[in-house]
Each structure stands twice: as C-alpha cells, then as structure tokens.
Design a protein around this ligand. Structure first.
Ligand code: ADP
Ligand code: MG
Length: 636
C-alpha cells in the first residue's frame, strides 16, 4: 500500500497555528505589543479602527530589525528570543515561540516598517495570507511599525464569528491594559477610530494603575510587599469596603506577564476572609516575581496560564502577605479629609436632638366636668422621633390623665412622609395591561374579605384560587413585574424620574464609562437623568422612581457586571439586558417580610404582566395546587 502521509505546506500549518494564537483582534494586539516590549521600546502606540477588524497598528521605538530579520520574522518558529531548549527555563522575554508573526501574516494583510538605530535606511515589507507581496528599502524612524488589516480575510467563518465592535473593542482594551500595567516604565498610547482613549506616560506602578482606572482608585489601594526566596510579591489590593459584586479589576502578573490563576485568586480571597460583604470581590493588582526556572509558561499558546513548581508555598505566602497588609491598614485607617460628612444624612430630622416628648398636664383638668370646653389637651415639643413611645404618655395621676381627642392630635406622623421604604413603593407601580388583573382571582366563591394572601417563610405568597391555591415566589414575581415595567419604559414610554436634591457623583473606569455611555439612552428612558459624563465619573441628578439613592451605585455596578458577562449586540437585546439586570437588582429578595397590602399588590401586578408564568430568567414564578391534588395527598 502506498504511503499517504505528507508534510503540510507552511501556509497551511501557519493557518492552523493561527487558530490557536489568533482568536480575535485582541490576540493580535497582545502579540504585537509584547513584541514591542521585547524590543526594548520606551514608547508604544496602538492604533485601532473598528475594534481592530479593519486595522490594528502597533508603532514602537524599539531596536528594530535588520533586512534579513525583517524577512525571517514571518517564518514559523523564527525567533530571536531563545536558542536552546534550556532557554525555556530562563525566559526574560514575553515571546519565545516564534509563531505569532507567521500566524498573523497567514490570516491578514500585514505591512511592516522597521529600522535599526545604526542603519541609514529601513525595510518595508507587505505580506498577505503568507505571500510576500513586496519588499522595499525605505526612509524610516528607528523602531518598528506593524499594520494588520482585514483580519481573517481568508477565513470567512472566523470573521463572521467575531462579535460586535463593542465586544471586540472591550477585549482589545483588556489586552492593552494588561500589557500597560505590566510595564509602567513604558509610555503607552491607544487611539481608537481617531480618538485618543489612553495616554499613559512612563511612571511607577501605582500611577499607572490610577491612570488606567481613574483618579479615585488611588484611595482604594493598600500596598502589598513581601520578599521570600521563592517569590517576591509587590502591588496592591483594594480596601474591603470597595469590594464589588463583579470580579472587575483583578490582575496577577508573574514575571511581568499577565496570567489567570483560580488557585492564586483563592489565596487572595482567603486573605480577605471575614472582611467582605457576601458575594463581593476585592480588586487587586499583584505582581509576583519568581525565578524563571520555577515556572512553565509554555503550557498554553496564549501563555496566560502558568505552572508553578511550588504552588502550595506560593498560596501560603500570598495569603499571609495580603492579610498582613490589610491588618496594617485596619490598625491605621487613612483619614479621608475629602469627605463631607454633612452629606451623609439627607434628612435634617436625623440631626436634631432626640428629645423626650414632654406633656404639659393641665392640672385644672377635671374629668367630670363638661368637656365641651376648648382647653388644649396637651402640647408636644421635640417629638421629632419615633421615641415618642407610649410610656411617655402615661401620667402619674389617673385624674390628670389627658383624654385624647383624635382631631386635636398634632400630626407628628407627617414627619415621616417621604421616608417610605422602597418596598412601600411596590404599591405605586402602574401597569399597561390592567384589564388582565386578577383573572385568576375573580371568583365569587373565593372569600373577598380578610386574608386573601399569606406570606410563608418570607419567601412565598400563598393565595386561594377557584381551583385550589396558588403559591408565588415573591422574588421571581417581583423580577417579572419590574422587568416588564423597565422594558416598557425603555422601548415604549419613558419612565418618570425623581429629582435628587444633591446630584450624585459616581466614579467608574474608562471601559465602564464606555458601557454606560452606550446604554445612556436606555437608562434615561428608565428614569435616570445624567448631568455630566467626564473621563472618570458621571453625575446623576435623577433616578427612576423605584430606585432609592442608596441603591444606585450597586445597581449600576451589577448592570455593568451583567453587561460584561453577556454583551448585547442588538438594540433590543440591549434593552432586554438592562431591564433584566435592573429587575434582578431591585426585586424584593427572599427573606423580606411583606405587608398584606404589598402581597396583594404583588399578586395583582404579577398577573397583570404579559408573561406572568416565568421570571425574566426563565424560572417559574408561581405554581398552582388544585383541590384534587390536595385531595390526593390526603387520600394516602
Ligand atoms: P516571538 O516573539 O515568539 O519570538 P514572533 O513571531 O512574535 O515570535 O516574532 C518573531 C521575531 O521577530 C522576534 O523574535 C523578534 O526578533 C522579531 N520582532 C518581532 N516584532 C518586533 C519588533 N516590534 N521589534 C523588533 N523585533 C521584532
Ligand atoms: Mg512575539
């Protein structure tokens, strides 16, 4: 039988390699930026068009390449960074596999310009789909410029697989930030569609982090420094009070390379034990330096996973270093002079002294006298708080006990107007399709009086219906109600907003602000009023009616988190994602007691929904038990 095995032609092998190395525009960004770092550049500029789908250009002022190297660098396994197998265990560079440029050139149109400092002239090469198109001598500045155009032009399936520009650009920014964070001593610039997104001058690590994530980051950081034989740890963790619901800013760098490690993440979380609110995550920016011969970076083509020789020791050292730093921070809390304490309490009442209400007893009062006279029964003073307890009203002598006349009571309850809790507001929700209301309940046989609903275990609302009973999951039901309301607000009619007395300033990093900007219109439709969009913060002066001031930052944080997980591509799915996220954040939770009125409103609101049977997350909102079902159970 004849032999059938052949060696693959280079361009095919390169395309296969590209499948692993280049998944999306962001992968090209990472490889090109890392090459520029390895070339000893002090300035690296990334220019991107249409999230990298049209153009990715990286310009550096590094050492450049000779004419021969300029040609060779596109060959597979062509690298200047290692020579022997043992070099793999003494890596001081980002690259070493020599396959990035070969892979990129196999699936895009690439133009390279490069010149070494000592040369008069540089080299200009054009290569498309692994084919050299031209090579010229050119007058160039020192350094190298790579332009990668029309990524995946020859693999339509790959190109179609790319996500929206928003998503792809977010990946690009992630890679840019990671490289920039690992090399604070290099000046980085990012330009997208002609506008400058980042300009990060050479600085120290702390400044670099602040320059990327916004001015407010500085006050959140707690330094971590620990040097041992097997690892030296530097960097920062965030103070526990700034922990977020999402994983947001969590970075490990090992020997200046961004890596992902669930194991080390666990070590960080263990250090925060007892300091975090449930379900929140601290931010961290941790730089580990280990002897290169104690790690294996070559276990994944994109090199974001690393194998450590002594993972256990690393875990223990990392955890204790962070614990130590957090401990020091707790002992000596930083005084924050910027904070204006008077803004903490929006209600004037809370500042007033809580005086005992005094009663002036009218000693001439005679209970047996005709009480048609208009003597004042009593007067209150200082009764501005709930401490006007019943005991204050009991007087020493039964004869002098003032008789209360309802109409003469000063209406002290009015002090609490406007202090309604958000759960009260459930009652104010109005619905489009009111006519559907209560179809399940409009039955004469069902007693219309007294208890129509019951709450059990602060989780379910139970109510009798014609055929038996309905059991409603309060959280899911409320999510459904809010979801339909927000969706209607975003898409059909605008929701009303409540004006804030003091506009809120909320800080976000650049990519978060980018997302909020994209969602601006939808958010405005739900009732948000934005006064200002700046580089690192927004100012909010109005909120949707059912959002309390204290909930805003957590609401937006959760929204950003959700949108990062599942990025909407179309405008409908954008509205849908926002409505879903907000309904989840704002819905009444399991464990919250509901008054009878609230239960009833909830039930009515649920059955007025277009799709009352499922939560926005496709979970059942209620179940019914028929009398027959019950009978069957009793028949056992
Ligand atoms: P690797 O980085 O793994 O060596 P690449 O395919 O990324 O492989 O690059 C191949 C070679 O091209 C590098 O080893 C380096 O010598 C050269 N090179 C790539 N980019 C640059 C650059 N920006 N400046 C100077 N030399 C570069
Ligand atoms: Mg490389």
């Amino acid at each position: 039988m004849s032999s059938i095995i052949q060696l693959l032609p280079d361009h095919v092998a390169n395309q296969i390699a590209a499948g692993e190395v280049v998944q999306r525009p962001a992968s090209v960004v990472k490889e090109l930026m890392e090459n520029s770092v390895d070339a000893g550049s002090t300035e690296i500029k990334l220019v991107v068009k249409d999230a990298g789908k049209t153009l990715i250009q990286v310009i550096d002022n590094g050492k450049g390449m000779s004419v021969t190297d300029a040609r060779l660098c596109f060959e597979r396994h062509a690298t200047s960074k290692i020579r022997h197998a043992e070099d793999l265990f003494a890596l001081g560079t980002k690259g070493f596999r020599g396959e990035a440029l070969a892979s990129i050139a196999a699936i895009a149109h690439v133009e390279m310009k490069t010149k070494q400092d000592q040369d008069e002239l540089g080299t200009h090469i054009v290569i498309e789909g692994s084919k050299f198109v031209s090579q010229d001598v050119a007058v160039l500045p020192k350094g190298t410029s790579f332009s990668v155009k029309n990524l995946f032009f020859n693999i339509p399936a790959r190109r179609n697989f790319l996500k929206s520009d928003t998503v792809e650009f977010r990946h690009v920014v992630d890679e840019f930030e990671r490289v920039a964070m690992a090399h604070a001593n290099i000046h980085f610039v990012l330009i997208h569609n002609g506008s400058e997104m980042f300009n990060l001058p050479a600085s120290n690590t702390r400044q670099r982090i602040v320059n990327i994530f916004g001015g407010r980051t500085n006050e959140k950081l707690v330094p971590v420094n620990e040097t041992t034989e097997i690892v030296s740890i530097n960097g920062f963790v965030c103070k526990p009070e700034f922990a977020k619901k999402n994983r947001g800013e969590q970075f490990f760098f090992v020997n200046d390379r961004f890596i992902k490690s669930a194991y080390l993440h666990h070590a960080v979380m263990a250090a925060y034990e007892g300091l975090l609110k449930d379900g929140t995550q601290p931010g961290y920016y941790l730089y580990l330096d280990v002897p290169p011969n104690t790690i294996d970076i070559n276990i994944h083509p994109t090199k974001t996973e690393i194998k450590f020789d002594d993972e256990h020791a690393l875990y223990a050292i990392l955890r204790s270093a962070i614990k130590h730093s957090l401990g020091q921070f707790n002992v000596a809390p930083v005084l924050d002079f910027d904070r204006d304490a008077t803004l903490d309490t929006p209600y004037d009442y809370e500042k007033k002294d809580v005086g005992m209400p005094t009663i002036q007893v009218d000693s001439t009062f005679n209970p047996f006298a005709d009480d048609s006279d208009d003597k004042p029964a009593q007067s209150f003073s200082g009764g501005s708080s709930r401490s006007s307890s019943s005991s204050s009203f009991s007087s020493s002598s039964s004869y002098s006990s003032p008789s209360f006349k309802k109409d003469k009571m000063p209406s002290w309850e009015s002090l609490y107007n406007g202090l309604n809790t958000s759960t009260d507001e459930i009652a104010e929700i109005s619905f489009e399709s009111e006519e559907v209301t209560g179809s399940l309940f409009n039955d004469e046989e069902v007693e219309q009086t007294a208890h129509k609903t019951y709450q059990i275990h602060k989780k379910y609302i139970v109510s009798p219906i014609k055929s038996g009973m309905v059991i409603i999951d309060q959280k899911r039901a409320h999510q459904r109600v809010l979801y339909e309301q927000f969706l209607a607000n975003i898409t059909v009619q605008h929701g009303s907003s409540q004006q804030l007395l003091f506009p809120l300033t909320l800080h976000f990093n650049k990519s978060e602000l980018g997302i909020i900007k994209e969602m601006k219109e939808s958010l405005q439709n739900t009732g948000f009023v934005f006064d200002e969009f700046s580089d690192d913060h927004i100012v909010v002066s109005g909120l949707p009616v059912n959002v309390a001031e204290s909930e805003v930052s957590i609401l937006l944080e959760e929204l950003l988190n959700d949108l990062e997980q599942e990025v909407p591509d179309t405008s409908f799915s954008q509205s849908d994602s926002i409505a879903k996220s907000m309904s989840r954040s704002l819905a009444v939770k399991t464990g919250v007691a509901l008054t009878e009125k609230e239960q009833e409103t909830m039930v009515n609101a649920l059955f007025a929904c277009k799709e009352p049977g499922v939560s926005p997350f496709n979970k059942p909102t209620f179940i019914t038990l028929s009398v027959e079902d019950l009978d069957k159970r009793f028949a056992l």
